[in-house]
Design a protein around this ligand. Sequence first.
Ligand code: ACM
Ligand code: ZN
Length: 505
Amino acid sequence: MPDTLNIIPLPQSVKMGEGFFNCKGIPPVKGDGIFSREIDVFRQQLEACGIPAWIPAGQGAETGIVCRKVETLKDEAYRLKIAREKIILEASSGAGMYHGLQSLRQLFLSGGEGGGKTEGGFALPCADVEDYPRFPWRGLMLDCSRNFYSKNFVKKIIDAISLHHLSIFHWHLTDDQGWRFPVDAYPLLTEIGSKRYDKRRWRYTGGFYTKDDIREVVAYAAARHVEVVPEVDFPGHASSILAPYPGLGCTGGPYGVEDRFGIFEDVLCAGNDAIFDLIEKVFDTLAELFPSKWVHIGGDEVLYNRWNECPKCRKRMEETGLKNSRELQSWITVKLVQMLGERGKTAIGWDEILEDTPAYKLPPQAAVMSWRGRKGGAEAAERGHSVVMSPNTDGCYLDYQPVNDPDEPGQLGTSGIKQLYNMNAVDAGMSAEEASRIIGGQANLWTELVYAARIAEYMIFPRICALAETVWTEKKDFDDFARRLPLHQARLDKLDLIQYRGPLA
Ligand code: ACM
Ligand code: ZN
């Protein structure tokens, strides 16, 4: 008998029993009607990997998976009992049931758990599992602006992260290098802003997701209990807005959709009210397409050179009693948070949005995503904001190399899998109240140098498995994770994911 179930993320509690549940394919799944969608997705997922449905011999054979609603379990929690004659899964919500089914999917993807595998069949070791997440926000960000990825690839990644109980897909949809969704009143955002002349390929590249594409991705994610949080980056990283609408910049342009990477001086002109007309329509579109309560407003890396010199921006500062351009950014941030509030949405932004002013304080409902290390997250928690920890100092930046080796892809630094595994979203010195404001953690894949979906897979897997465990459970043991990982990577192979397999630094 194996002495544990090799699931990632590690369940909160596993008690091994005696013997195995044996089957030759996906056994019948019976359950409360409320779980029919989760059960359908589970079947489709296994069938897509060549694991067929299996009907046990004998009329009315009482075997299979039973899915039951149990009100007393917490929202995302599940209970899994694998016995010789049947498997019982209990949850109070679709999310809990889905997580339980994903743990089972992992066992099926490895033919049971070894040891008891039968010829042409599956042997799942008998066990009792109690499981629930430590944090609600367990996220992956994919930058689809620097490199445009197909709708089908986005769905593939969402399905794969849901195997690890991740709850958030943060979709970075706009940046200097491309605008990726249509806004009816501003058709040039996609007509011009979604394409750039790519000097490496000597041709225009790019693309955008149609409204139907987005609805399809959101529904696909919802069926997997993954919430899609869109990001539109304001007021910096705006070349793909300025190229089609040069009147929205301080100098009037001309501007181009950037093919270079970096931080650019041209940002939205804070003295021009027309930028808010555009932002209103953008937020209306996001509200139409994304059911999530969250909208990510970016706010990172804004250079102030243009604002400092622009007569319109200087007039705005005078009229509004702002001392400098940094205060002008706070003024914009407060407006964006309010505009989202009017649409029933809550803003989240990169930690620069904390750099506010007494007159234009960051509204308390706005959440902060800490990326420049952990400092922003600690300060935000102290000031009463919800926080997602995603520090580039702790392995959360998947655009960094997986190991410091010139043969590996990646830039700017190293994000080793062990470093990411050891990331704790809560700082050791936080009070209980501050700690309660940490809603979770996230890893980010920026894609300046990630020219193809297959390379993105390599950058994401298996590092995201470490992130998944670090935000799911407090019972962390890297050596044990490293022991489970090769078996888990064999599962990811069956999902046709390219993976890093080098040293676990
Ligand atoms: C960021 O990495 N610029 C948020
Ligand atoms: Zn200006």
